[in-house]
Design a protein around this ligand. Structure first.
Ligand SMILES: *Cc1c(COP(=O)(O)O)cnc(C)c1O
Length: 381
């Protein structure tokens, strides 16, 4: 019997300082959006090189208000990849627009710029590229398509904090970028999101839309003379993040480099340990980008049955895995509501049938990575 060494698919790293920061907020008497959130926004903008950062309750909320701020509404079309978490497509639908799905590049799992261009119609308003697994999309191609057709770009960077594209940090490239602080993400506060933008107008619109259409934030109301005065300029949502979570997010953000470096180290160890198995394709590095190793996506070349057997084999050894993602066009809702059907996006379907995400998190040790690699080797022996 092989020695079992259980390796979680994902596990957030929360240390004593993180706990102390949350505790301080709990004891401060101010639990909701306040000074911690304001500091998080300043620090986040600095960390990704953006002019503005707006902290929100989730990345999904951020995608919603970013699209609204870009003028997207009923009757419009927004192009995104079928190969993403359902949040991306749903947020587009929340605005009343139609999510126009496109196929991916089979190697990178990112949306194909050619497919984006081919999907443009007179009703297209925006493109939502998703940096799948933390690997940046071909942003030069996407930006140039957007510029030529007068479209907004809202990046879904839920998985891409700390990744760079041609030396530029994700978060400072396009009109608007949205990050996630969800429990599985590289930098996490359990739940939360941060929108970054270079535009004063977008930042102001997003702040208003994210809090009931109110013209000033609660915090400003309480910290300025005559602060009780405010106006409601439009309808809006309740998408603010509480200081309890912002305090945790600040601590995690301060450790971003170290958290991502630990993932990169684990990824190198996995790549070394898995090298030379000819029945799988490994993720790789590219010259023009750095990936933050949010996920470690393997491809099992023989396809779905062997991939599923590998999942079961690893589970029996205590190794957690994931499959990222079921393409949106294969879901009942997307077929019923928008008329998509199996077969629409063959590259995404092949990727989905062969993909397997191995354990990847900042607490992974060299022994963990070696055990995972050895186990994959054992399966293919
Ligand atoms: C996690 C994730 C989201 C959703 O983020 P939340 O903060 O949970 O709303 C959206 N898009 C992608 C690609 C994700 O991985």
């Amino acid at each position: 019997m092989t020695v079992q060494r259980s390796v979680a698919f994902c596990r957030p790293q929360v240390d004593d300082d993180d706990v102390a920061a949350v505790r301080a907020v709990l004891e401060s008497g101010w639990l909701t959006t306040g000074a911690q959130t304001a500091s998080l926004e300043t620090e986040f903008a600095e960390a990704v090189g953006a002019r503005h950062a707006v902290a929100l309750s989730s990345c999904t909320a951020g995608l919603h208000v970013a699209l609204l701020a870009a003028g997207v509404g009923p009757g419009d079309q927004v192009i995104t990849t079928t190969y993403t978490f359902v949040a991306t497509g749903h947020a587009i639908h929340w605005t009343g627009a139609r999510p126009v799905l496109v196929d991916v590049d089979e190697e990178t799992l990112n949306l194909s710029p050619e497919a984006v261009e081919a999907a443009i119609t007179p009703r297209t308003k925006a493109i939502v590229p998703v940096h799948m697994t933390g690997l940046p999309c071909d942003m030069d191609a996407i930006s140039s398509i957007a510029a030529r057709h007068g479209l907004a770009v809202v990046e879904d960077a839920a998985q891409a904090i700390g990744s760079t594209y041609r030396g530029i940090r994700i978060g400072s490239l396009s009109d608007t970028t949205v990050f996630s602080l969800y429990a599985t993400k590289n930098v996490t506060s359990g739940e939360g999101g941060v929108l970054t933008t270079q535009s004063d107008e977008v930042a102001a619109a997003v702040r208003r839309l994210a809090f009931f259409g109110v013209s000033k934030e609660v915090w400003e109301r309480h910290s300025k003379p005559h602060g009780w005065q405010y106006d409601v300029l439009s309808n809006g949502f309740k998408y603010n993040i509480p200081d309890i979570l912002s305090a945790l997010a600040r601590r995690q953000l301060a450790k971003m480099q170290a958290l991502n470096a630990a993932r990169a180290e684990a990824a190198r160890r996995l790549l070394d340990g898995l090298a030379g198995i000819d029945r799988i394709a490994l993720p790789r590095e590219y010259d023009e980008v750095t990936r933050n190793w949010h996920l470690f996506p393997l491809r099992v070349l023989e396809g779905e049955q062997v991939r599923n057997a590998l999942i079961d084999f690893l589970r029996e050894r205590g190794i957690g895995t994931g499959v990222h993602y079921t393409p949106l066009h294969l879901f009942t809702f997307y077929q019923r509501e928008f008329g998509y059907a199996p077969g629409d996006f063959p590259r995404a379907e092949r990727a989905f049938a062969s993909e397997l995400s191995l354990p990847m998190h900042s607490g992974m040790t060299a022994d963990d990575a070696d055990w995972v690699a050895e186990s994959v080797r054992d399966f293919f022996r």
